[in-house]
Ligand binder design. Structure first.
Ligand code: KG4
Ligand code: ZN
Length: 355
């Protein structure tokens, strides 16, 4: 089947056409138009500006997609659209656009949860693979979410723990702003951290590992960002010192990685998953990918470790198509027929819950 998907929950306008068979998942084309430059000047995403850009971008992107793939509307079997969580002005643009196409093209429409999309970024290569065994433990780390989720099977979720304040990606973005590194903070901080050699530490920067010893699987990252703020306030002149910035970036990143890995391993010890998955924008972080792999390999050598291709870590429409593919597969004939009318009922929901 051919799935057409749209993702506009934040500052990326994304569209894709994918072809799914029983065994294969083929991305015919995936377009992501990033608005990073526009929002960088504001130090973060401005919801109304994001919506305006989605409105400007969507038609040209979809026109390009159709031309490039030579897929006609008649050949599309299903339309998928991210209905939440996300920025409401941004979601409204993509949802209204998808609903209009569903009505005009007379195609079924599914509204997909953005977090479910991130989880299914791990199934883009593994679609229908019998290798992925349940239960699976998912660590979701993005700009808006940090959650440990247990999946007993496809499309069933139980939140085991989550952040009590800032998400991991948000902490990267806010810390980068304090350090004058611009937006988005994750790639900027990880680039500076990569250049820093721990052995050459001059400043002995020491940041906390928040909640690492709490007995639950929750997280907290706002104190870590505040700790960076106090460190820089103590030595304001050092903000111009490259070595100091590199050292803070390395210690900050390691603190986030330490807490994420510690809690994931602790949750896995208790829940004994057969698969551990990482997903969300922060899953593009090289140290997190590498160090989590090492921790899993040494603690649970028989547990499968899945990470998305880095181009599917950050927001994209392919992950939305993948989630829609699994949802469709699990629907009855009647539900599939009803999906032709979903354009009448799907609502954008900024705080949409996974369960
Ligand atoms: O999933 P995503 O694209 O959007 C949301 O759903 O929020 O995640 C964006 C977040 C941003 O906070 C960004 O700084 C972070 O992912 N990010 C990274 C890296 N690349 C993106 N964080 C750490 N290291 C990276 N390499
Ligand atoms: Zn996301």
């Amino acid at each position: 089947m051919v799935i057409f998907a749209i993702e506009t929950s934040c500052d990326e306008t994304a569209a894709t056409l994918v072809k799914i068979t029983k065994k294969t998942f083929r991305v015919l084309s995936s377009i992501v138009s990033s608005q990073v430059k526009l929002h960088a000047g504001w130090g973060g995403v401005v919801p109304n500006l994001a919506a305006r850009e989605h409105l400007k971008n969507l038609v040209p992107i979809v026109e390009r997609l159709m031309k490039k793939t030579k897929v006609s509307p008649q050949e599309i079997d299903l339309i998928a659209t991210t209905k939440g969580p996300g920025l409401i002005p941004a979601l409204l643009v993509g949802n209204n656009f998808s609903k209009t196409l569903s009505w005009v093209w007379k195609k079924p429409l599914l509204g997909i949860n953005h977090i479910e999309g991130h989880i299914y970024s791990n199934f883009i290569r593994e679609f229908e693979s019998s290798d992925v065994k349940f239960p699976a433990l998912c660590l979701i780390v993005s700009g808006g979410h940090t959650q440990l989720i247990l999946m007993k099977d496809h499309l069933t979720y139980k939140i085991i723990g989550q952040t009590l304040d800032d998400a991991a990606g948000e902490a990267f973005d806010k810390t980068a702003r304090i350090l004058g590194l611009g937006y988005p903070g994750g790639p900027a901080i990880s680039a500076k951290a990569a250049k820093f050699k721990v052995k050459s530490s001059k400043f002995k920067v020491n940041l906390p590992r928040p909640m690492i010893n709490s007995k639950d699987f929750n997280f907290s990252f706002s104190g870590l960002k505040t700790a960076v703020l106090y460190t820089t306030k103590k030595y304001p002149k050092l903000l111009k010192n490259k070595d100091f910035i590199g050292e803070v970036c390395q210690e900050f990143q390691q603190s986030v990685v330490d807490v994420l890995i510690y809690k994931t391993i602790a949750a896995a010890k208790k829940l004994k998953p057969k698969t551990i998955m990482l997903a969300g924008g922060v899953s593009a972080n090289g140290e997190l990918r590498k160090q989590l792999r090492k921790a899993i390999k040494s603690t649970f050598p028989n547990t499968k470790y899945l990470i998305p291709d880095t181009k599917y870590s950050v927001d994209n429409a392919v992950m939305i198509a993948a989630a829609a593919g699994y949802r469709w597969k699990n629907m009855t004939l009647r539900q599939k027929g009803d999906a032709l009318n979903n354009w009448k009922s799907i609502e954008s929901n900024a705080n949409l819950k996974l369960i």
